[in-house]
Design a protein around this ligand. Sequence first.
Ligand code: ZN
Length: 312
Amino acid sequence: MVMSMVRIEHLAPDLVLIDTQYCEVPGAIGAYLLLGERPALIEVGPASTVDTLLAGIRAAGLEPDDLRAVAVTHIHLDHAGATGTLVHRLPHLEVYVHHVGAPHLVDPSRLLASAGRLYGDALAPLFGEVRPIPAERVHALGDGDEIHLGGRRLVAVDTPGHARHHHAYFDAASGDLFTGDAAGVALPGSHYVRPPTPPPELDVDAWETTLARLRALHARRLLLTHFGPHTWVNELLDQMRERLRAAVALVRTAVDAGERDEEISERVRAVVDASLEATDGPGAVGRYEVIMATEQSALGLIRYVKGTTRRR
Ligand SMILES: [Zn+2]
């Protein structure tokens, strides 16, 4: 295997962003390494890029064996897929995850079935092998639970919306907020925020509450998994909320008009691509598609809208 060049960035003396270079694309999926008395990762990326992750850890001056903890924001494979592989290689590693997600790290069969419905035959080549984790290594977190990562104390913040089982991690001392997917996707150098809205757990009402909650933390910096640090905190969270609302409205109108799912998906793609290119310039669409295909985001919205329409 050809090892890609290591790409790491120091965000603070004790905090390093490692680029997993998923699908050879820089700035798509990140992992955060916290240095200090209890070396730890927040997010690990998919199993397919675990060697790049380990190379990044070494480039930051740490031996992977020194790692003590991993905290994941949620169990989707682009965030947590490598956790099992790491646990089997690194004997001291403890895993922290939302209590609703915890059983699916111990037994990933339902998670893999769900991901398989979205990705089909591409699942294994994209994400690699997802290994189960012994239950005694998995620590289920609830809202407000505190964990010790690196030299920092972080608080788990229940942040449903993108998924039911999602935590952000907040470090009140520095103002750093690790947002997973809860603040959406905003790539380096861009001021465009894209809401990742896949099935099956998308809950737009819950997500609105989550965004208000994140805003109320008064974070100094958002640290996104897709991708990197952003200091335009309030603008980012507000734009995320507006784009989420607009996407739901678009899909609801189309569903009410009786359009087929494929037509709705195309409609979403046209609107998203146009607004993205207007903000980021031509050719901007590709690097977002690597993180989440518009088709998947549209599918999640359609399913959500049809579900809430039935309930009304
Ligand atoms: Zn996700």
